[in-house]
Design a protein around this ligand. Structure first.
Ligand SMILES: [Ca+2]
Length: 323
């Protein structure tokens, strides 16, 4: 059984919550904890507590992590976080008093080679843990990150949507650099691969009609999503027709216990700062972080393809048949 920690910016996009639900419903995983990162992490912890409580997994501790990126950038949130999840009240379950970074440092030090961490947001908590404890990187069993973009995303009209930038690494470029240059055993699940795993509308309908608590929670989260998505897209300049219920973060969880879902390449991936030509991103700073595979000794596994149909159906089944 994989001893797994989910490190997440749960609340802004639907898929972090889906990832927590997948982890909490997978017998292949011993879900050690959920840690929160980026922006209002207290609110994110409350959302995580609510979801775990709703499906009867109050036993999983939640630790609140770093809100501000390690560099000078400011964390920005859209303001609708918690909609659909907290609508019927706040959870009884409370986050732990210990901070996420301290928790990560302690559990990895006490269990060398045992703990896998899936990061589903900015990598600030993990980078801070690496700064705090020089043995952290080599003691983590596996660091699996939903982050970066390796192959430019080109839509069906041939328009390049996201040549070099990706939300999670960009949200804390300093942390991304620390992690990329660490000696941890890493697997990167970049957005160009996760954009190949949208759920079909038929799968979404089946989940919406299912009676498990997890399915009910997915339905609740998806209800306000079209409006939220439109707000995000209009804010950052993505055409609103470029849409789908992508399972970015859940895929990253599944890779922890079923690596056969993805095909990987050993690449050298490093972070590079470059000027933004068009300041179209809400996360606007004057630079962006590029994830560049270079011809240097490989430093991580990178997902380059995914068994999309098998994974999306696997996810749907876990939610429908789970708690
Ligand atoms: Ca996320």
């Amino acid at each position: 059984m994989e001893r797994l920690i989910v490190d997440t910016d749960i609340g802004t996009y639907y898929d972090d919550a889906f990832a927590v639900l997948l982890a909490a419903n997978s017998p292949e995983i011993k879900l050690e904890a959920v840690t929160t990162v980026y922006g209002d992490t207290k609110l994110r912890s409350k959302i995580a507590c609510k979801i775990l409580e709703f499906i009867g997994r109050d036993d999983v501790p939640v630790y609140t992590g770093i809100g501000d990126p390690l560099g000078e950038a400011e964390a920005l949130m859209f303001g609708f976080e918690g909609e659909g999840v907290l609508d019927d009240g706040e959870p009884t379950k409370q986050p732990e008093s210990k901070g996420a970074v301290e928790y990560l440092v302690d559990i990895v030090r006490e269990n060398p080679g045992e703990i896998t961490i899936c990061t589903l947001g900015a990598v600030s908590n993990v980078a801070a843990a690496m700064r705090q404890d020089p043995t952290f990187a080599k003691n983590v069993k596996h660091l699996i990150m939903m982050a970066g973009v390796i192959v430019p995303i080109v839509d069906e009209k041939g328009v390049t949507r996201s040549p070099v930038e990706e939300y999670n690494f960009n949200n804390d470029p300093v942390a991304a650099k620390i992690v990329c240059t660490s000696e941890a055993n890493m697997t990167l699940v970049p957005i160009d691969v996760t954009l190949r795993v949208p759920m079909s509308s038929e799968q979404v309908s089946r989940i919406e009609d299912a009676s498990s608590k997890s399915a009910q929670m997915v339905a609740r989260i998806l209800r306000p999503w079209p409006k939220q998505e439109r707000q995000i897209y209009l804010s950052v300049g993505i055409p609103t027709e470029f849409t789908g219920i992508w399972l970015h973060d859940p895929l990253t969880i599944a890779v922890a216990f079923d690596p056969s879902l993805i095909e990987t390449a050993r690449l050298h991936v490093s972070a590079e700062f470059a000027p933004t030509l068009v300041p179209r991103d809400l996360l606007i700073r004057n630079d962006i972080l590029r994830t560049i595979p270079k011809k240097k000794p490989a430093n991580m596994n990178v997902a380059v393809d995914v068994d999309a149909d098998r994974f999306t159906e696997f996810f749907a089944q876990r939610i429908i048949q789970g708690r």
